[in-house]
Design a protein around this ligand. Structure first.
Ligand code: WTA
Length: 651
């Protein structure tokens, strides 16, 4: 894709009174970079503080002593900011619209008063289970209001939540319970999605076999499906909530106390527990939600992500609720009962801002425009995307058919680690270019570095790896239990910078184009997967000797998972075994990690020191044989011919 030929799209009418116009963006951005202290001292005041901060920024990116602190002497409570402080002015306003999986079931409108009641009760249930300030609570729930109650209840009592996406397997769940040292796991009986049901309680039972027997299991009886019940360990949350008080005092915490841990895939080893702070994170989530979506009082905001991902944390729960918004929580999927479900829900709840992933847009685009045309989308004012680069075809389809050419599209680049939007248009300030995340948000100082010299590339255009030159309040603080790993992952390779793991290009206009990961992380349907995780799941199978996993271009998912598998001596490669391995990975990690293609590889291309040359495997998976590069350093160059010969799914 050539960036030079892409025309800028003008700001659509109706955004003259947006939170920021072009002039204001320039002025505030300049201020945020020249005087971060002053800028964030003011912005921090968007929250209610129990004890106001006097210090604003205290951050150091030096490898070996990385330390990130914002508003460090301030004291607050995140739940009070998302719930209590709205009660006086908007107690009867809807906080959460819950849209169930089943389109025939009634949606729930939960007011701020009702939210408060439920959160306080849930907090009292947690206290009654012995959960204290600083304790970890794992949440393994479907997209139901109880997930929001549980998050905010933890925040209320100063406990740290760690959500595990409900699509993850028992193994993935037990690893996260153990790594975080959680005292409690909150789950549900079963989770309906797209008309099917996942047994979350049975998964949790299986996970808890590998955890301390002290871990309590709080069960939300959501569908009423029958489950096993372990007396003394399992607790019926909804029943308990009826019997406790609707008042639970909010625990004041320090700005730097962790609000949550969220596990995410890296290029090596097991997933990392990304730690986010209370003060800085909440300031950043609230501010980006307001500016990037131009959120105004009374708007209905819908982010289609799952609360199991960071997008759900920041833009279903914390950002919107800190701003007193009405936020939609959707339990279902975009394609069930048909490909019109998103649009039906937009029309039904008169959604104003709609935020989704390019993979969903591509999946719906493939079903034709008929499903969009059936629904009245006149309430939509703004569209957003996140999770992966959006291809211009999908951008245009979204713009023409969903936005009818009237809604700005905000293509927001950010990461689990960044807490909130980093590079993104502001709807009233930034002319967009399809496929570009455009320009940095306030306080964000991107830098393009040369991957070989680690030098900053000044001037435009520029191409290299994307780093960030200084801290912002929403930045992750550490890896849970492993600060060394935090420093090595993000601050070692490019000294003095936060390294994002993404490649990027900056064009003549200073617009950023994210080109994808430069490490061994792949982005499948907007979900981050470490290739190392899939590999270790594969080699855990007794018939597998070795496995190497790479990404390859996939028309709907963005990237698909391509696995090269070497079998144990004497094992026959059969279609049955292929199906068995796919199922194996599903149960080891979860359905999102299932390989799209498995190629039998009698040998792997390795260097003489035994390192698998993934670059070559990536090229073969991409059907790009002309660009294999130098293979003469391989121990056995002939395996490459064999792999090409057997490249699956040619064409
Ligand atoms: C990718 C999701 C291009 C990127 C919030 C990043 C994107 C990774 C975009 C983080 C975008 C996210 N354009 N690429 N607008 N947004 N990415 O941690 O590779 O699940 O590093 O956070 O997704 O994924 P994560």
């Amino acid at each position: 894709m050539s960036t030079e030929t892409v025309e800028k799209q003008a700001i659509p009418p109706g955004f003259e009174n947006a939170h920021a116009g072009p002039e204001e963006y320039r002025r505030l951005y300049a201020e945020s970079i020249e005087d971060p202290e002053g800028f964030w001292r003011r912005e921090g005041q968007r929250l209610d503080w129990i004890k106001p901060y006097t210090k604003v920024k205290n951050t150091d990116f030096t490898f070996g002593q990385v330390s990130i602190k914002w508003f460090e002497d301030g004291v607050l409570n995140a739940c009070v900011n998302c719930v209590d402080r709205h009660l006086e002015t908007r107690g009867d306003q809807t906080a959460i619209i819950f849209e169930p999986d089943d389109p025939a079931a009634e949606a729930q409108h939960i007011t701020y008063n009702q939210l408060s009641d439920n959160v306080n009760r849930m907090a009292n249930v947690l206290l009654s289970q012995g959960v204290m300030r600083g304790d970890r609570v794992v949440i393994y729930l479907p997209m139901i209001p109880e997930a929001a109650y549980a998050m905010l209840a933890c925040a209320r009592i100063g406990a740290i939540h760690s959500i595990v996406f409900a699509g993850f397997s028992p193994d993935a769940l037990s690893n996260r319970i153990n790594d975080s040292g959680a005292k409690v796991v909150i789950t549900a009986d079963t989770a309906p999605r797209g008309g099917r049901r996942t047994g979350l309680k049975s998964n949790t039972d299986a996970a808890l076999l590998h955890c301390s027997d002290k871990v309590r299991c709080l069960v939300v009886k959501h569908t009423g499906d029958q489950t096993t019940w372990v007396e003394g360990r399992d607790v019926d949350v909804k029943e308990q909530m009826k019997h406790v008080s609707p008042d639970c005092p909010a625990r004041p915490v320090n700005a730097e106390d962790p609000l949550f841990v969220l596990y995410t895939s890296g290029s090596t080893g097991k997933p990392k527990g990304v730690v986010h702070s209370t003060g800085g994170y909440l300031v950043f989530a609230a501010m980006t939600h307001e500016y990037v979506f131009d959120y105004k009082d009374g708007d209905v905001f819908w982010c289609t992500a799952d609360v199991g991902w960071v997008t759900g944390h920041s833009y279903i729960i914390y950002g919107p609720l800190a701003n007193g918004a009405t936020t939609v929580m959707f339990e279902g999927v975009p394609t069930w009962p048909d490909a019109g479900r998103f649009w039906e829900v937009c029309a039904k709840h008169k959604v104003n801002q709609f935020y989704t992933a390019p993979t969903a847009i591509r999946a719906l685009m493939a079903k034709g425009t008929g499903f969009v045309e059936k629904h009245d989308l006149s309430s939509l004012r703004l569209l957003g995307t996140v999770g992966e680069p959006i291809n211009p075809e999908a951008w245009n389809w979204y713009n023409d058919n969903v936005g009818k050419g009237k809604c700005p599209i905000v293509d927001t680049w950010w990461q689990t680690e960044t807490g909130g939007h980093m590079i993104t248009p502001l709807p009233g300030a930034t002319e967009t270019k399809p496929g570009s995340a455009t320009v940095p948000f306030f306080g964000v100082k991107p830098a393009v570095l040369d991957p070989t010299t680690a030098e900053v590339i000044e001037g435009n255009p520029a191409e290299g790896v994307l780093c960030i030159a200084d801290s912002w309040p929403g930045q992750m603080r550490t890896v849970w239990g492993d600060h060394q790993r935090f420093m090595e992952t993000y601050f070692q390779q490019y000294p003095g910078y936060y390294f994002t793991g993404d490649g990027c290009r900056r064009d003549e206009d200073g617009y950023y184009w994210i080109t994808g990961r430069v490490d061994d992380v792949i982005n499948v349907s907007g979900h981050r997967m470490g290739t190392a995780e899939v590999e270790s799941a594969l080699v855990a199978h007794q018939k597998v000797a070795e496995a190497a996993v790479v990404g390859y271009p996939h028309p709907v998912k963005g990237q698909g998972i391509y696995a090269y598998v070497t079998l144990m001596n004497g094992v026959e490669p059969t279609d049955e075994l292929r199906a068995e391995l796919e199922k194996w990975v599903r149960t080891e990690i979860g359905p999102i990690a299932k390989p799209d293609l498995i190629q039998w590889a009698p040998g792997m291309p390795k260097t003489r020191s035994g390192k698998i040359m993934r670059r070559i495997l990536r090229k073969i998976a991409e059907n790009d044989y002309g660009a294999l590069g130098d293979i003469s350093t391989l121990a056995e160059p002939e395996v490459v011919d064999d792999l090409i010969e057997n490249r699956m799914n040619r064409g």
